[in-house]
Ligand binder design. Structure first.
Ligand code: SAM
Ligand code: SF4
Length: 329
């Protein structure tokens, strides 16, 4: 085995891989309209069983890859996502293994359908920060966006997570004519719970890549709706943050993740791995590298990581055919 110490893996804009997002599996119990196409065949519906053809990596396989990348890049944090990560049956052993390799900042992104039952166990396992997707307070709107008949469970999941004391952030993808009416109700719901909410501009990923569907709702339009009811003040942006934040006069803090209107490629520090072990340097590039083939050769692995870093956009996200369910957002 060829072993190198950590080398300087940095591009000419000073960008490094500091955060790894892992899509644990590409199946989900929801079929959100912005994530999968209408005719998409859902692989797993409200069940923890997965078909063998869709077998995600085992914790050991994930760990070998994370360890190798961590050794070469000095990763600072890991976000577990999916598909729906709470459907990954080895979630808790995996969290435990990641901590053992020296990464304690482990976060999760979930649709919260199974969160009520798992929130305290996640907190005890070391998950101190969680992002929860919630696209509407109105049940009919939320059900129709998620194409799931029972999104009410999401709210008890959110509240269970808040009770544990973990840092909870809500994410809502805003689409014209579908849930733009929900911006104020979502802001008020989050404010009442004492958590931050981020509104996302629709991203042209997967089935949306080649479509002009008229659903796009811009940062400017989101701000205009909020300002009509609450004066707002802008807050400073942190390094490599995806969102810009504001404080509204009702006391709520909200962010907007505006890939189109306010791109944040210039200090992007994210590396992504899908459930089959393919790594991606940028959401706007569908090229994945199967790094397991180079795991025993740090020289080649470093070159592959350097290649992935070069795929980052200089200025602006433009989307790709990568499916969000596969790559994990
Ligand atoms: N199932 C989990 C969930 O929904 O939170 C994790 C995976 S999901 C792919 C991760 C994030 O990607 C969610 O917050 C979701 O709203 C977001 N997402 C999916 N497709 C998107 C799109 N086309 N534009 C913007 N955000 C999208
Ligand atoms: Fe599932 Fe998340 Fe995609 Fe919705 S956004 S279909 S919850 S993976």
């Amino acid at each position: 085995m060829v072993i190198l110490r950590m080398v300087k893996l940095e591009d000419n804009l000073g960008r490094r891989f500091e955060k790894l997002r892992i899509s644990l599996l590409n199946s989900c119990n929801f079929s959100c309209v912005y994530c999968v196409a209408e005719n998409f065949q859902n692989i797993s519906t409200d069940t923890l069983r997965l078909s063998t053809a869709d077998r995600p990596l085992t914790p050991d396989e994930f760990i070998r890859l994370i360890e190798a990348v961590h050794r070469l890049t000095g990763l600072k944090s890991i976000r577990l996502t999916g598909g729906e990560p709470l459907l990954y049956s080895d979630l808790f052993p995996l969290i435990n293994h990641i901590q053992k390799i020296g990464i304690s900042d482990i976060r999760l992104t979930t649709n919260a359908y199974y969160l009520k039952e798992k929130a305290s166990k996640l907190f005890d396992a070391g998950i101190k920060s969680i992002n929860i997707s919630v696209d509407a307070v109105d049940q009919d709107i939320f059900n129709s966006i998620s194409r799931h008949p029972n999104t009410a469970r999401v709210f008890s999941g959110i509240e269970a997570a808040v009770k544990t004391g973990m840092d909870v952030k809500l994410n809502a993808v805003i689409m014209r004519g579908k849930n733009d009416s929900q911006i104020i109700p979502l802001l008020e719901y989050a404010t009442e719970l004492g958590v931050r909410i981020r509104f996302l501009e629709l991203m042209k990923m997967g089935h949306l890549y080649h479509s002009e569907n008229g659903l796009f709702f811009s940062e400017k339009e989101i701000l205009a709706i909020i300002q009509e009811k609450y004066p707002i003040e802008s807050l400073p942006r942190g390094h490599a943050e995806t969102a810009n934040y504001w404080r509204a006069s009702n006391g709520g803090i909200f962010g907007i993740i505006a890939n189109e209107s306010t791109p944040f490629c210039h200090d992007c520090n994210r590396l992504r791995m899908d459930s089959n072990g393919f790594f991606y340097g940028c959401l706007s590039n569908a090229h994945g590298e199967k790094l397991s083939e180079y795991i025993d050769d740090d020289f080649l692995l470093t070159e592959k990581l350097r290649g992935l870093l070069r795929l980052k956009q200089p200025v602006k996200f433009h989307g790709s055919e990568l499916s969000m369910r596969n790559i994990g957002g």
